[in-house]
Design a protein around this ligand. Structure first.
Ligand SMILES: Cc1ncc(COP(=O)(O)O)c(C=O)c1O
Length: 399
């Protein structure tokens, strides 16, 4: 949040707007087109990239959400898309052309990796994947034809960070554009544009919407970069957000900082519990002092979300029993809603440096004490020797 205003005020205050009869929540303008009193007025609007002419280009409800996101990220302009991947594809494609080269972190979201490493090959665009934790590896991968450095910090399975200030400076002096997927930290806890990054992308399907009932994406950046993308990938590919969806996401966004506080507290409670277990080899959460990049996290983020992962041995079948025994944590991908989730992921799924099964937990808005009790009982059901059982010398089964 870069304007100096608190995120709470930015998200809950809209000025009185006569256009909407003073309605506090922006109405859903579900019109596909907008008409004009005269031909001259229509022609004037046709020359204005921000005018409301046709809803594939601009829509007032979607604009209300875009304006909020731009303010939160400290960008000049934001554009919304039907999904996070719609936003990512548009941001990437607006940054490169045939013959260009991309450097991308190897822990980026799978379909984003597939877009760059697979799909774009067809268009003659080559991508090198690097260990984002190493600035040296990023620099070494840069070629004369590199035009884009694509980052995701923290990444959403192993929670690895990139040094955003250094990456931005290195790229800028070489004329390379930078994009950061900021979905994990949200604009509440990280503002990449203020660190020198060119474009921020979000899956609004996650925390921004916050209720697992809508999909969306956004790109935020300078007016110039966003104008190019609006006239190009947004309007030409047409993966635009519907006004009905914008209304739902805008409603969710109002409580984002409140929810993030709660996810942060729950995430820390679960991470501390997991860290105390003798059979857990590693807990991955950038807010823990045990995280190898914790100092970097503190220098570029002001808080943490509720998505974390851990490793507990290599026995996949046992970990699958643990997952199946959970009650509060429902089995599913995605995150950012009110409900806690669990998934079991492996290196095979495009995550080359993951060598053992990783359990990913999303800590929702339930009471952390209930979630920890759920985890403890699932560990026992899967045959892990839980500390309470070790210290249980009265012979009673406390399950
Ligand atoms: C980090 C991250 N970025 C982007 C996306 C893509 O968003 P969407 O599913 O809205 O297309 C996801 C989806 O899981 C994600 O986890």
């Amino acid at each position: 949040m870069m304007s100096g205003k608190s995120v709470y005020s930015a998200l809950t205050h809209d000025p009185h707007d006569e256009r909407h009869f003073g309605a506090v929540h922006t109405p859903v303008y579900d019109s596909s087109l907008f008409t004009f009193p005269t031909l001259a007025a229509m022609e004037r609007a046709g020359g204005d990239a921000n005018a409301f002419v046709y809803s594939r280009g601009n829509n007032p409800t979607v604009r209300a959400l875009e304006d909020k996101l731009a303010e939160l990220e400290g960008g000049e302009r934001a554009r919304c898309f039907a999904t996070g991947m719609g936003a990512i594809s548009a941001a990437v494609l607006s940054s490169v052309r045939t013959g260009d080269h991309i450097v991308c972190v190897d822990q980026a979201y799978g379909p984003a990796r597939e877009l760059m490493g697979g799909y774009l090959k067809r268009l003659g665009i080559d991508t090198t994947f690097v260990d984002g934790a190493s600035v040296d590896d990023i620099v070494k991968a840069i070629r004369p034809e590199t035009r884009l450095l694509y980052l995701e910090s923290p990444s959403s399975l192993l929670f690895e960070l990139q040094d955003l200030r250094r990456c931005a400076a290195i790229a800028r002096e070489r004329g390379i554009r930078t994009i950061v997927d900021n979905t994990w930290a949200t604009p509440c806890y990280q503002n990449p544009l203020a660190l020198g990054i060119d474009l921020v992308v979000h899956s609004l399907t996650k925390y921004a919407g916050g209720h697992s009932d809508a999909m969306g994406g956004a790109v935020v950046g300078s007016a110039e970069a966003i104008a190019a993308l609006s006239g190009g990938e947004l309007v030409l590919f047409g993966a635009v957000m519907l006004p009905q969806t914008a209304s739902v996401i805008l409603r969710g966004l109002r409580t984002l900082p409140l929810r993030m506080e709660r996810h942060q507290a729950g995430g820390f409670a679960v991470a501390a519990y997991l860290s105390s277990l003798p059979f857990v080899d590693r807990v991955r959460h950038p807010g823990l002092t045990s995280h190898p990049q914790h100092a970097l996290a503190r220098s570029q983020m002001s808080g943490y979300g509720g998505l974390l992962s851990f490793e507990a041995g290599k026995d996949r079948a046992r970990l699958a029993r643990f997952v199946d025994s959970l009650a509060y944590f429902r089995i599913g991908f995605s995150w950012g809603g009110y409900e806690s989730l669990v998934s079991l992921q492996e290196g095979a799924a495009g995550r080359p440096r993951t060598v053992r099964p990783v359990v990913r937990l999303y800590v929702g808005l339930e009471d952390p004490a209930d979630l920890i009790a759920d985890l403890a009982s699932a560990f026992r059901a899967a045959g892990f020797v839980h500390p309470e059982e070790v210290h249980n010398d009265d012979g009673e089964d406390r399950d």
